[in-house]
Design a protein around this ligand. Structure first.
Ligand code: NAI
Ligand code: BGC
Length: 268
């Protein structure tokens, strides 16, 4: 892969004011892309990512939108088209947890997680794909007309007690992604997911911010360390690049081995 495999490309990363989204936005920019940094609440966080990208010499803008709102998503894409004129890469990263034992989970908790983690991907991807189809392949820019990367989770395959809404959303992402990959491949649009394991971000602070919690978490990670957003950023760059041109409909687990049934290493 060249140093800047995404040179000249335009990317949108949802939920990019913190955590994995911020790491992915910075990595795509370092690989040569201009980036729309979407945020829903933290303008300061988004602006910091924008400033870092501009300092690296790429263009970036912060755009506020709730990915679960059709009107706000429409406005975000209008702003992106006005500023950048095209979209080559969509990273559907925005997501959240609202955890509860199943019998105590409210309908509001269920709906919030499904609408953000799953319906948000539907809304954003539909806008992106329409724009990718309308423009088609640009020779010299990329071998395909567009790339969609969905931020799934190890919990698209690992059941997770106390997180029925979240696990259902990520299980939904798996077949959403695969179905779009099948449907859009003839148009040379690639759709893939990244399945992170435990990455140190605000979403799972309780799992790493005390030595006891971290020690318990590390029992689930054969590689023996918690992940960082840059681990996901480099995977996203590769998936979006022509080096992955024949990769379509796959979930790339980036999880230090969390999906390897670690409890069987000395059991079973
Ligand atoms: P995070 O909480 O730092 O990032 C989530 C981002 O999504 C935040 O910036 C938040 O403001 C944004 N967001 C939430 N609702 C939104 C909405 N309606 N519209 C637009 N943006 C919205 O946590 P993290 O870890 O960076 O999460 C990013 C993605 O990675 C999520 O989809 C999460 O499910 C996924 N993930 C995280 C893992 C981890 O261990 N940190 C592991 C597996 C998946
Ligand atoms: C969750 C994190 C969790 C990780 C590994 C992610 O999908 O958002 O809270 O630490 O999976 O279990």
């Amino acid at each position: 892969m060249s140093d800047q495999p995404l040179k000249g490309q335009k990317a949108l990363v949802t939920g990019a004011s913190s955590g994995i989204g911020a790491g992915v936005a910075l990595a795509l920019a370092a690989a040569g892309a201009d980036v729309v940094v979407n945020y829903v609440s933290s303008l300061a966080g988004a602006q910091q990512v924008v400033d870092e990208i501009k300092a690296q010499g790429q263009n970036a803008i912060a755009v506020k939108a709730d990915v679960a709102s059709p009107d706000e998503v429409q406005a975000m894409f209008d702003e992106m088209m006005g500023a950048f004129g095209a979209i080559d890469i969509l990273v559907n990263n925005a997501g959240l947890q609202q955890d509860a034992p199943f019998t105590e989970m409210t309908l509001a908790q269920w709906n919030k997680v499904i609408s953000t983690n799953l319906t948000g991907m539907f809304l954003c991807t539909q806008h992106a794909v329409k724009a990718m189809l309308a423009r088609g392949i640009v020779p010299g820019l990329s071998r395909c007309a567009g790339k969609v990367i969905c931020m799934s989770s190890v919990h698209e395959v690992i059941p997770w007690a106390g997180h029925a809404n979240y696990a259902a959303s990520k299980g939904g992402v798996k077949l959403f992604m695969q179905t779009l990959a099948q449907e859009l491949a003839p148009h040379r649009i690639r759709v893939n997911s990244i399945g992170p394991g435990a990455i140190q971000t605000p979403i799972n602070r309780a799992a790493w911010d005390t030595p006891e919690a971290l020690a318990s978490l590390l029992k689930l990670i054969p590689y023996g360390r918690i992940g960082v957003p840059a681990d996901i950023g480099s995977a996203a760059v590769w998936l979006a690049s022509d080096a992955a041109d024949y990769v379509n409909g796959q979930t790339l687990f980036v999880d230090g081995g969390m999906t390897l049934y670690p409890e069987f290493a000395d059991g079973g």
